[in-house]
Design a protein around this ligand. Structure first.
Ligand code: HEM
Length: 114
């Protein structure tokens, strides 16, 4: 996505995660938005299930997420519910955390309503 320096603020999500702001770092993304109406707590039950595909989360996801955690204007509107990683080719990713070694999966819907 091209960046318009005159109109996009420095703490905008799209600017912070752009490869230009991260030494050329890229990931493949697939997002699934969901809207389940109003939850039991009366708040909107909406969100984004975001899948990121990459060779090495330590070199890609973690620096990106750190950058977002420090500066992203979007963050104050978000509650993160689950993060997990799983190597698609475990034999090519020695030492990479997988779902079997990460904390057990969380029921995202229940957590968001808590
Ligand atoms: C609820 C959470 C999030 C929302 C609503 C969100 C939304 C967006 C939107 C609207 C865009 C620009 C349009 C597009 O290219 O699709 C974008 C781009 C992007 N986001 Fe997110 N995002 C979220 C979380 C994340 C996280 C956690 C990461 C990575 C750690 C991430 C990485 C990226 C990247 C890499 C781009 C493309 C930047 C570019 O190529 O210029 N996003 N996001």
């Amino acid at each position: 996505m091209p960046l318009d320096d005159a109109t996009i603020p420095p703490n905008a999500h799209a600017r912070l995660v752009n490869p230009r702001a991260n030494g050329g770092l890229t990931v493949l993304r697939r997002g699934y938005s969901y809207d389940q109406g109003t939850g039991a707590d009366g708040r909107a039950d909406v969100g984004l299930l975001l899948l990121l595909y990459q060779r090495d989360p330590r070199r890609q996801f973690i620096p990106l997420q750190r950058h977002l955690a420090q500066h992203d204007a979007l963050s104050r509107f978000l509650r993160r519910s689950l993060a997990a990683s799983s190597p698609s080719h475990p034999e090519r990713s020695p030492g990479m955390p997988s779902l079997t070694t990460s904390p057990p999966p969380v029921d995202v819907t229940e957590r968001a309503r808590a």
